[in-house]
Design a protein around this ligand. Structure first.
Ligand code: PEP
Ligand code: MN
Length: 333
C-alpha cells in the first residue's frame, strides 16, 4: 500500500480479495502495509486491485503457469520421441533438411545424418514461408517421404503441423508434431496438438517472452499431454548480422522454471552456415538437452533455408566438435 494509505484503504483491499473468494493477509510495516493474498487456484490479474484507493503496486509472486513449472513437478521430464529420450543425460541431435523436396533428397540426407550420429530426423512437409510465392512444401506427399526415410534409417520423424485442419493427418505420419515459431500462440493448434497423443516440439515465437513461451506449452499440457520439448530458435532484435538473435540465456532460465526439456536450433537462430557450429557448441555448453540442425547435401539448390544448411561434411565436423563439449558438461552424445 502507499505510505499515505489509510486503514479504510487496507480494509477495502481485504474486502475486494474476499469478494473474489481469496484470503487477504495485511502485514503492517514501519513505512507501509503489505497485503499478501492466498487461496487462488490460477493466476489473479492485477486489475482487481491496482486501482483501489491506497494501492501502490500489485506484485505477482507465483507464476501464471502451473503444469509446466518445476515448482509443480520438480523432476526433469524426459520425452520419448519414437523411442528416443529427450531430456536425459544423453544429448539429442535432430537433423535434416529444412523442407522435404523429394524422396531422393530426403533419404540421402536422412542416411547421411544417421550415419554421422543424429538421433532424430527433421524436415518440413508443410512450410510456413514469408512469401506466398516461395516453396510451400509437398504436403501429404512430403509426409509419405518422411515415413519412407524413417523406414530407411530408423530415425523417428519430427515435422511441422501448420494448422488445425492437418493435425490428424500429420500425426498419422510423424513421431513428433513441431509447432513453429509463427504458430507458438496459435492456441487452437496448441490444444489440438495436445489432444493428438503425439509429443510436441514447441518452437519459441520470434517475439515471445519466456512467460509467453511457457504458457504456450501449458496449453498442450493442459490437454493432458505432458510430452512437450521446447526449442529456442532465436528472437527478433536490431541485429542485422544474423537472421535472428539466438537467446541462449533462455536455456538456464527454462531449466530453473520448468521441468520440460529444451533444444536449441542454431540454424534458424543464426541463419548463416558459418555460425551454426560455434552456436551449437555454445548451446550444449549452456545446458541445452539437444540441438536441431538443418542439413542439405546440395545447399545451393535447397528450396528453403539453403544459406543456413550444413553439408554432411560440415555436419560431421560439428558432431566431432560437439562431443567433447557435451562431455565437459556431463552429457554424452
Ligand atoms: C523449421 O524448423 O522448419 C521452421 C520453420 O522453424 P521456425 O518455426 O523456428 O521458423
Ligand atoms: Mn528452415
Amino acid at each position: 500500500m502507499d505510505r499515505t494509505a489509510r486503514e479504510s484503504d487496507v480494509a477495502g483491499v481485504v474486502a475486494a480479495a474476499e469478494k473474489l473468494g481469496l484470503k487477504a493477509h495485511p502485514i503492517p510495516g514501519a513505512q507501509r502495509t503489505a497485503i499478501g493474498i492466498t487461496g487462488n487456484k490460477g493466476a489473479v490479474g492485477p486489475a482487481a486491485f491496482e486501482n483501489l484507493p491506497g494501492v501502490l503496486e500489485v506484485i505477482r509472486v507465483s507464476h501464471p503457469y502451473k503444469l509446466v513449472s518445476r515448482e509443480f513437478h520438480p523432476e526433469d521430464t524426459i520425452v520419448s520421441i519414437g523411442g528416443v529420450p529427450v531430456g536425459g543425460t544423453r544429448l539429442v541431435v535432430m537433423a535434416g533438411p529444412c523442407a522435404v523436396e523429394s524422396l531422393e533428397q530426403t533419404v540421402t540426407i536422412a542416411k547421411a545424418v544417421k550415419d554421422l550420429g543424429a538421433h532424430l530426423l527433421r524436415g518440413g512437409a508443410y512450410k510456413p514461408r514469408t512469401s506466398p510465392y516461395s516453396f510451400q512444401g509437398l504436403g501429404e506427399d512430403g509426409l509419405r517421404i518422411l515415413a519412407e526415410a524413417r523406414d530407411a534409417t530408423g530415425l523417428p520423424v519430427v515435422t511441422e503441423v501448420l494448422d488445425t485442419a492437418t493435425v490428424d493427418l500429420v500425426a498419422r505420419y510423424a513421431d513428433c508434431l513441431q509447432i513453429g515459431a509463427r504458430n507458438m500462440q496459435n492456441f487452437e493448434l496448441l490444444k489440438l496438438a495436445g489432444r493428438s497423443g503425439k509429443p510436441v516440439l514447441l518452437k519459441r515465437g520470434m517475439s515471445a517472452t519466456l512467460e509467453e513461451f511457457l504458457l504456450a506449452a501449458e496449453y498442450v499440457l493442459a490437454e493432458g499431454n505432458p510430452n512437450v520439448v521446447l526449442c529456442e530458435r532465436g528472437v527478433r532484435t536490431f541485429n542485422d548480422f544474423t537472421r535472428n538473435t539466438l537467446d541462449l540465456a533462455v536455456v538456464p532460465a527454462v531449466e530453473r522454471l520448468s521441468h520440460l526439456p529444451i533444444l536449441v536450433d542454431p540454424s534458424h537462430g543464426t541463419g548463416r552456415r558459418d555460425k551454426v557450429l560455434p552456436m551449437s557448441l555454445a548451446s550444449v555448453a549452456a545446458g541445452a538437452d539437444g540441438i536441431a540442425i538443418e542439413v542439405h547435401h546440395r545447399p545451393a539448390e535447397a528450396l528453403s533455408d539453403g544459406p543456413q544448411a550444413l553439408t554432411p561434411e560440415l555436419f560431421a565436423d560439428l558432431m566431432a566438435k560437439v562431443r567433447p563439449v557435451a562431455a565437459a558438461v556431463g552429457r554424452m552424445l
